[in-house]
Design a protein around this ligand. Structure first.
Ligand code: PLP
Length: 432
């Protein structure tokens, strides 16, 4: 059962009423359920126990230290996409030998820092990057552990901005070019090639796309083994999708239990079908599936207004706090924190205060007539929420709160206006 539910008429996270948190923390703020994160991690670990993969939580989904620490304590590794995420993973106590470094544009400083930290592997995305890592490692007199990221030319059937596995995408190395790079790397003494990596996109609801990618990868592995190469690791990336809403019944929160065991079991069986015969280590990089449904965004209704034939609820959270609707047309459920019976039977848009027409969270055919000053919750925002927020419109980054049973604690303080205003520098030649 979901850890985010109504207790009577009041929304609660685990045993804590959201309104009690809002009495102490000013809106807008993110709020996460610790038990939900633990459950999702354990569910994924459990489903895949037959081939005990190394689970490398993808920090790009949510890199709050308390959350990464929770996962480190559960034994998770990390998938990082920048030096900042690598530093955060290490700070949270994730051992370097459980950290993989992904990304299409690793800089020299990032490569040096990762080599010094002795991470488990670099997922290499181009021949140029392979040569570059090789030359840096040779200079440092070390061997960089690598896998090659394959671009399998598979459609992940997700939003085009989070699709990464088609031939035209910037990610990975064209599948037909991989065998030649395996041959070449035999002569590169600064790298040790352990295997392959694939990641076709994020928020994938159709296991068929994974199946297609795995099938292509398996054929490639067979070819490489026949060519005399050994494949010790296969890193299958992340991408498992979650549900962001139940369009038929806003108050039914059971969709927050997604990804469900049935769909995970199926995903696991696809991995087993394709790769169990190879006898290599399987690595997974889930992000959204671990933290996505654990988080809600709490905001206050500032104003109700009508323009022409459109009805608006203006809330105090904006696209800078939660970018997914504006960036990916994502539709995340919005519900009242205190249930009410009154319904506006009119098309209604829930919008933020930012000076952009795109600052719109959701448009519905009807919605609860939540009065000014009352709270609403945006659901399924634990992944790609806080970590994608920005200071646009010079708005401070908002607080994050973690609930554990009947306790809650701030896990990130709201940015102050001093933090915001003290970063700029006025050159002396501008004059006073
Ligand atoms: N691995 C890589 C290389 C990624 O780019 C991403 C995100 O797109 C992930 C893992 C995590 O994906 P998700 O959060 O969809 O599981």
């Amino acid at each position: 059962m979901s850890h985010i539910n109504y207790k009577g008429n009041h929304l609660s996270v685990e045993e804590v009423l959201v309104s009690d948190i809002a009495d102490k923390v000013s809106t807008p703020f993110y709020c996460y359920s610790l038990q939900s994160i633990i459950d999702s991690y354990s569910k994924i670990k459990g489903v895949f126990k037959n081939f005990s993969p190394l689970i490398c939580y993808s920090l790009k989904a949510n890199s709050n230290l308390a959350i990464v620490k929770t996962l480190a304590n559960l034994g998770s590794g990390a998938d990082v996409g920048s030096e900042g995420e690598l530093r955060k993973a290490l700070k949270a106590g994730i051992p370097p030998n459980k950290i993989v470094f992904s990304g299409v544009g690793k800089s020299i400083n990032e490569i040096l820092y990762a080599l010094e930290s002795e991470i488990y592997q670099f997922n290499v995305e181009s021949e140029a990057e392979l040569n570059f890592i090789n030359s840096i490692a040779l200079e440092k007199n070390v061997k960089a552990p690598i896998t090659l990221r394959v671009n399998p030319d598979v459609d992940a059937n997700t939003h085009q901005k989070i699709s990464t596995g088609k031939a035209k995408d910037k990610f990975g190395i064209a599948i037909q070019n991989i065998p030649a790079l395996f041959e070449k790397s035999k002569n590169l003494n600064g790298v040790e090639l352990f295997g392959l990596n694939v990641h076709i996109g994020s928020q994938i609801m159709d296991n068929n796309s994974f199946n297609q990618a795995f099938e292509k990868l398996f054929k490639l592995v067979e070819l490489l083994i026949n060519n005399g190469h050994s494949i010790k690791r296969i890193d299958l990336g992340g991408g498992i999708g979650i549900k962001n809403r139940n369009p038929n019944n806003l108050l039914d929160l059971s969709f927050l239990d997604y990804p469900d065991s049935k769909s995970l079991d199926h995903y696991g069986s696809l991995i087993e079908k394709h790769f169990s015969s190879i006898g290599c280590q399987i690595i997974l990089e889930p992000g959204r599936a671990i933290v996505g449904t654990s988080g809600i965004l709490i905001s206050k209704v500032l104003y109700n207004k009508v323009n022409s034939d459109r009805v608006f609820k203006v809330i105090d959270a904006g696209m800078n706090d939660f970018a997914r609707p504006a960036l990916y047309d994502a539709q995340h459920s919005i519900i009242p924190v205190k249930k009410i019976d009154q319904i506006i039977k009119n098309k209604i848009s829930i919008v933020g205060p930012v000076c952009e027409s795109g600052d719109e969270f959701l448009t519905l055919k009807e919605f609860f007539d939540i009065p000014q000053d009352e709270l609403i919750a945006v659901l399924s925002v634990g992944a790609y929420g806080a970590c994608m927020s920005s200071n646009y419109n010079l708005r401070p980054l908002i607080s994050e709160v973690l609930v554990n049973k009947n306790k809650f604690s701030l896990i990130r303080e709201r940015q102050t206006y001093e933090d915001l205003l003290n970063r700029d520098i006025i050159p002396s030649w501008i004059g006073s």
